[in-house]
Design a protein around this ligand. Structure first.
Ligand SMILES: *Cc1c(COP(=O)(O)O)cnc(C)c1O
Length: 402
């Protein structure tokens, strides 16, 4: 099949909820993807912040092969397996968490977090303590509960009625959050760095303020780190990048959801939680057929273990700074603002970001937008400094031609 035939076959048979780029990808190596015509693309999307270790990573391949060699891809959560236990322990050791529950995606992680929060709320405040506070520009996923906390009319309106019991406040506005708080709120959910909503970084005062608000009202603080977690911002968990060590736990949540990069391309989600949350959840309360199987947890353990190394995280921070500095030097009148943290950067433009994304393909550059006017750069965390220079050179050519 040539590229045109693949594209026509997809268009005939695949539900049209995605607009796809006009080429067919065939293989990847490092931070480069190749299409069926042999064209190379520097990848600044990484499967939307998923392929943290890039393509054809030897360690990931080895972890997959070793897990596959057991012959046991899946066994159900009715049985113990070592990879499942080991990954849960590693996630707890590397964070605030005491317990972990696995699932299969970001939306599913947030659904689980909401269920656990409601369970906690009922146990602590009675039947009415079931409300969730979320924020403007948030993205928590496409399932009915996660969608209810994702305040974008285009995503929500065709699918109403949504899950009831969600209220909203303005992101980075603590007074707005306080105005929405009362004893009925069981959880506050926030992305420490908003992804889909346009790459907006929470201020330290906002996060510590939400921490204090949650404590004041006996509500849980949930961080959605589905996009910003697992090394993306230069610390293993984005919230850890806020703490200077002295402030202790003033940035730590009660629940943290992770997914996208956790197994470097295999589907997995995780809900990390404190003991006081876990204490309110009982046998039979929640579950999933596929979640936490031995193959995917083996790979995730390899991924988290590698990314958590201080040298790896320091390199992400340094490369993020390089990318940020080089973007600042582009000097295009179309650039309004550059923001973000680590290798999660957004470039706000005065033109449609889609225009830049489309022109990127001809330049051998894979980019994605985050909202209509923000270009989002979330390359593999293993991108090299030379590749970062090349990305910015290509982006500069595109912007100067517009
Ligand atoms: C992508 C994303 C989700 C949804 O994850 P899926 O795996 O697509 O369900 C939730 N929250 C954030 C912050 C995300 O970026």
């Amino acid at each position: 099949m040539n590229a045109q035939e693949v594209i026509e076959l997809e268009q005939s048979h695949v539900l049209g909820v995605y607009g796809r780029a006009p080429f067919v990808l065939e293989r990847g190596e490092g931070s480069t993807l190749y299409d069926t015509e042999g064209r190379a693309y520097l990848d600044c999307v990484a499967g939307i912040a998923v392929n943290a270790l890039g393509y054809n990573d030897a360690g990931v391949t080895q972890a997959m092969e070793a897990a596959a060699a057991t012959g046991m891809l899946h066994v159900s959560n009715l049985y113990h397996t070592a990879p499942h236990a080991r990954l849960a322990a590693l996630l707890c050791e590397s964070s605030f968490a005491d317990k972990v529950h696995f699932c299969n995606s970001g939306a599913e992680a947030n659904e689980g977090a909401f269920k656990f929060a409601r369970r906690y709320g009922r146990a602590h405040g009675g039947e009415d303590k079931v409300e969730i506070l979320a924020f403007t520009n948030a993205f928590h996923g496409r399932t009915m509960g996660a969608l209810a906390a994702t305040p974008r009319p285009k995503y929500q309106d065709p699918f109403k009625p949504l899950m009831p019991g969600v209220r909203f406040a303005e992101f980075n506005n603590l007074a707005s959050a306080r105005a929405q708080m009362d004893a009925r709120v069981c959880a506050i959910i926030v992305e420490p760095i908003q992804g889909e909503g346009g790459v907006h970084v929470a201020t330290p005062e906002f996060l510590t303020g939400l921490r204090a608000l949650a404590d004041e009202f006996d509500a849980l603080l949930i961080y959605d780190e589905v996009q910003c977690g697992v090394g993306r911002t230069g610390s293993l968990w984005a919230y850890q990048g806020y703490s200077n060590g002295e402030q202790g736990d003033s940035f730590a949540p009660d629940i943290l959801t992770a997914a996208k990069p956790l197994a470097a391309g295999l589907p997995i989600g995780a809900i990390l939680m404190r003991q006081r949350v876990a204490a309110t959840i009982h046998k039979g309360d929640h579950g999933s057929t596929f979640a936490g199987g031995p193959l995917v947890t083996s790979v995730a353990h390899h991924v988290v273990n590698r990314i958590a190394q201080p040298a790896f995280l320091a390199a992400v921070e340094a490369k993020g700074k390089l990318l940020h500095d080089l973007l600042e030097e582009i000097n295009s009148p179309h650039i309004i603002e550059i923001r973000g943290k680590g290798l999660m950067l957004g470039v706000e433009l005065d033109i449609e970001a889609a225009e830049v994304v489309n022109r990127g393909y001809a330049e051998g550059l894979i980019l994605v937008n985050a909202g209509p006017h923000v270009l989002r750069l979330v390359p593999p965390l293993v991108i090299t400094e030379a590749e970062i220079h090349e990305v910015v050179a290509r982006l500069t050519r595109i912007l100067h031609a517009l």
